[in-house]
Design a protein around this ligand. Structure first.
Ligand code: URP
Ligand code: ZN
Ligand code: ZN
Length: 471
């Protein structure tokens, strides 16, 4: 007996049509104009859109950072994702300097064991290639790719913690090019930013607002250009994470136009929040919006939306890195540099992008699916498993109600923070039902905000090395 979704409209990145979808076991068995139910359970999707489950390729669950640990573990983080319509995450394993990638992988696999509730994968953040000729680290990169970890994160920010120098970055890029792996870049000039931070603190500028002022868009633009140029020299494909402003976007476009194999994401927050509105420099409350890159001036939003609509930006992720306001953000009460960087967002990405993207006429429903589901699967080597409503793929399916009104609030969210960055925002469009590998795991229509599956049911997804689909 299968599950037959009838009377809905299938929305894929390449087009929409009225169609029925048959699920057998964990897979989509058939998509056709009309499928007759045999002994199948029928799900009525009248008035609903049938879309692939969201894929969020940038989250930080249970991650030690800024003197504390991000507030969502693999259970609350993946359940929150599912409740918002996301059925797959790619999280980051962080290698510590002086330790191996294997150790980092073991640590992160343990964090997810018996906890992950939807499917997930990992990027490996490289901070150290080992002693001498780097052969140990380079060999480990091969092992990672063999085990389905086909993207490597390189930080150009956070000196003394995660930042690596250009030489190490170049070595990793050269090896990634050989392995057909993708290099994901946090592009900010961490050394220059640290000088500005020290100067501001010396002048007594300690409030959260100065966090944003200390990290110039030019520092992001410079690092965006530098990392793509180094990748070109190394023959590697790169993916710039959390691109936040128009200057960085200009550099991305310039490099793309001259043929560089460079892709980029932006994140929900940069499309709808701004320095003027959320961080005017008036209160400690603004610590809720301390993340890196910081919020930018509002005029940057429209160029980012245009770049999503027209191609230079491929993906919207969240950079979900949640810290509680009451007892975690407070670590930086007297010094913005000590505020743990990051914000919660994994539960609200699809609502916000639908409402401010599709409802506002900035992107089509098909583009919504492309940037939230299909491009993430293609770029990160999972298109044979996920990212479309197509026979043979995993039945990660989102029944989306485009007409329902929903008010975002920390009081009703699953995320473990004591605030929501979009508190009180009213959106139109929300996940009605969510299937993960054929199992109904969320039914917001009848049991809003509840995860219905077993804790720990999520599986690690091995990904193909495909150089971001640009090979
Ligand atoms: O503020 C942020 N973005 N925290 C998470 C780490 C990172 O840089 O992505
Ligand atoms: Zn980052
Ligand atoms: Zn991040």
């Amino acid at each position: 007996m299968g599950m037959l979704i009838k009377n809905g409209t299938v929305v894929n990145a390449d087009g929409s049509k009225k169609a029925d979808v048959l699920i057998e076991g964990e897979k989509i068995a058939q998509v056709a104009a009309s499928i007759d139910a045999k002994d199948d359970e029928v799900v009525d999707a009248s008035g609903l859109l049938i879309m692939p489950g969201g894929i969020d390729v940038h989250t930080h669950l249970d991650m030690p950072f800024g003197g504390t640990v991000s507030a969502d573990d693999y259970t609350s983080g993946t359940q929150a994702a599912a409740i918002g319509g996301t059925t797959m995450l790619i999280d980051f394993a962080l290698q510590s300097q002086g330790h191996t990638m294997r150790e980092a992988l073991n640590t992160w696999r343990k964090k997810s064991e018996n906890k992950a509730c939807i499917d997930f994968s990992l990027h490996m953040a490289v901070t150290d290639l080992g002693p001498g000729d780097s052969s140990q680290g380079l060999r480990e990169m091969e092992e990672m790719v063999d085990e389905g970890i086909t993207s490597f994160k390189l930080f150009m920010a956070y000196p003394g913690v995660l930042m690596i120098d250009d030489g190490l970055m170049f070595r990793v890029m050269q090896k990634a090019a050989k392995l057909n792996a993708l290099c994901c870049i946090h592009a900010e000039n961490g050394s220059a930013i640290d000088v500005v931070v020290a100067q501001m603190l010396a002048e007594g500028k300690t409030a959260p607002h100065y966090h944003a002022l200390s990290r110039s868009p030019k520092a992001e633009a410079e690092a965006t250009h530098r990392s793509i140029a180094l990748a070109e020299m190394a023959g590697a494909a790169v993916y710039i994470v959390h691109l936040s402003n128009a200057y960085a976007l200009d550099n991305l476009k310039f490099m793309q136009q001259r043929g560089a194999r460079a892709l980029a994401e932006t994140c929900t927050q940069y499309l709808v929040l701004s320095r003027e509105e959320q961080m005017p420099g008036k209160s400690w409350d603004e610590a809720k919006f301390v993340f890196t890159p910081p919020l930018r001036e509002k005029w940057n939003q429209e160029p980012l939306w245009n770049a999503l609509a027209n191609g230079p930006l491929s993906v919207v992720s969240t950079d979900h890195c949640p810290f509680r306001f009451a007892d975690q953000k407070s670590l930086g009460r007297d010094n913005f540099a000590k505020i743990p960087n990051g914000g919660p967002g994994v539960e609200n990405r699809l609502q916000i992008i639908w409402h401010y993207g599709v409802n506002a006429g900035r992107i089509t429903p098909e583009k919504f699916v492309e940037v939230c589901c299909t491009a993430p699967a293609r770029i990160f080597g999972m298109e044979k498993q996920k990212g479309a409503i197509k026979a043979g793929l995993d039945a990660d399916i989102l029944l989306w109600d485009p007409n329902i009104e929903y008010t975002i609030s920390a009081a009703t969210q699953r995320m473990a923070t004591d605030y929501n960055m979009f508190e009180g925002w009213k959106v139109r469009g929300n996940a009605a039902k969510v299937f993960s590998r054929g199992e109904l795991v969320v039914d917001n229509a009848t049991q809003p905000g509840k995860f219905l599956g077993a804790t720990g049911r999520g599986r690690f997804v091995r990904r193909e090395a495909n150089a971001g689909g640009l090979a």
